[in-house]
Ligand binder design. Sequence first.
Ligand code: ATP
Ligand code: MG
Length: 212
Amino acid sequence: MSSLVPSPWFLVPKKIGIMGGTFDPIHLGHLATAEAVREFFALDEILFIPAARPPHKLGRHVTDERHRLTMTLLATRSNKFFRVSDMELKRTGLSYTLDTMNELHKAFGSSTELFFIIGADSLADLSKWHAARELVAKCHFIATTRQGVDLDFSAVENFFGSAASEHIHRVTTPGLEISSTDIRERVRLGRSIKYLVPEAVEEYIFNERLYL
Ligand code: ATP
Ligand code: MG
């Protein structure tokens, strides 16, 4: 009689969501979005990857990566499906998503599918990303709604062709109108950031005197 041999764990197909961002600071909009996407697409885990020097944010000051990484760790520690990677922070030079995805494909193997989570505001700019067409061909994108942003998907389809409908999935997530820009501004003005960031992140911001 034949018996089923369990596949080695590394051959079990996995679906991993990637949440990239500057996380300056990470807030409940990021966290609620990641959790909603994980549940909707039945992803095995979400990997939060703070960006080193985002090419589109070269013009403005970005808080020291040590602080952004610590806040990301603090914010994600209560969710067993959330993990944090410092791979982009360790890399020298500009941070390109294509390099990150290639590195992850190598590390996880071909049985793992990668889903890059991207807000509607970032999706509108996707065609301008480094090697955008190659990137969309290689991995899946999950485009989430963001309040105040009307997503023009036909522009995305025009640029990416059939890869758009095959590799860019859209999902409606709880619309939390929170942005890191607003949080930084609130701290500077001495206004409350309660219920916009996890408590541990709020404490960290005040203890380290960030955004003043
Ligand atoms: P900043 O105001 O500094 O640009 P941000 O709030 O937009 O910060 P980012 O770190 O730039 O945060 O965003 C990382 C990713 O998270 C992007 O794909 C962005 O679209 C998405 N995102 C940010 N805030 C929200 C939110 N409130 N709801 C859903 N997605 C969000
Ligand atoms: Mg942003």
